[in-house]
Ligand binder design. Structure first.
Ligand code: GUN
Length: 282
């Protein structure tokens, strides 16, 4: 069994991007990202801090807009409109989830597709569907990198994704399909779940339930990617996969933390650099 070191692979990717940002700067092109956070969700705060830190490391200019939980749609849409029109801001990210009184769909729709570094806008989602994308959705793109690093061929393999969210499960399935995998999407209404997941050569868990994936759900020798980040009562982070119980059955497995999480941020940085290049006709 090999542990897939997401932290190291993320560091390698970020170093490549740091060099690219520096070479863009020499050409007079700077890269800028605006991050919006509404309210004081502690998990969102951690994610946003990590995104800002990554920008600093790579030499990407970043601005944070921390808005109070009571922010109105009018305020938020006004800010997005202003950021859409600024040439020094190449990427705009609004951290989800938003407080309940705000219309998440309207917010995603308001971000210019060219600056939508999360790839959440319907235009970008549609492009992903037809395989003609500018931005890859960050978490699924990071997972693809992790699978590629194992050296395991994706084409023709049986891949099972547990979870069908717009952020992870659905785009994850599309990226695997583009690589000619045979993809099955499982979710909370799936019958005989373990029968299906135990056929998977590559199993991606994006459920949001601690230790959900147990050994009986895993095929001997499978690649297991854990996208879950769950906080236990004792404050510890744990994934969707019961790592200790499952690890000896896998050929490769990601830990939590230190697996898919760091890759998501690296892919966000990659999208921001792509956005800057496109907006400067490079
Ligand atoms: N909330 C959880 N994951 C994400 C993400 O990738 N991007 C944004 N904007 N919000 C999130």
């Amino acid at each position: 069994m090999k542990i897939i070191d997401g932290k190291a692979i993320s560091a390698k990717t970020k170093e490549e991007l740091r060099l690219e940002v520096a070479s863009l700067k020499e050409k007079g092109v700077s890269v800028g990202l605006a991050v919006i956070i509404v309210g004081d969700d502690p998990a969102s705060r951690v994610y946003v801090n990590n995104k800002k830190k990554a920008c600093e490391l790579l030499g990407i200019y970043s601005e944070e807009y921390a808005l109070p939980a009571e922010t109105t749609m009018e305020n938020l849409l006004g800010l997005i409109e202003e950021l859409n029109s600024r040439s020094d801001i190449n990427g705009i990210l609004c951290q989800l989830p938003l407080p309940r009184h705000l219309d998440e769909k309207a917010v995603i729709n308001a971000i210019s597709p060219e600056k939508d570094v999360d790839a959440f806008h319907p235009v970008n989602v549609g492009k992903i569907m037809i395989g003609d994308f500018d931005f890859l959705p960050c978490t699924p793109a990071g997972v693809m990198r992790l699978i590629d690093e194992t050296g395991v061929e994706i084409e023709g393999k049986s891949c099972v994704v547990i979870g069908r969210s717009n952020i992870v499960g659905k785009p994850m399935s599309m990226l695997l399909l583009h690589r000619n995998a045979t993809v099955t999407i499982c979710h909370s209404k799936t019958q005989n779940l373990s029968e299906i997941t135990s056929q998977a050569d590559i199993l991606v868990a994006a459920v949001g339930r601690a230790n959900f994936v147990t050994p009986n759900m895993v095929k001997e020798g499978a690649v297991v990617i854990d996208v879950g980040i769950n906080r236990l009562e004792n404050g510890k982070l744990c994934g969707d996969v019961d790592f200790e119980a499952v690890k000896d059955k896998c050929s490769h497995i990601t830990p939590v933390p230190g697996g898919a999480g760091p890759m998501t941020i690296a892919m966000l940085m990659a999208n921001t650099v792509t956005a800057a290049k496109k907006q400067n006709n490079l």
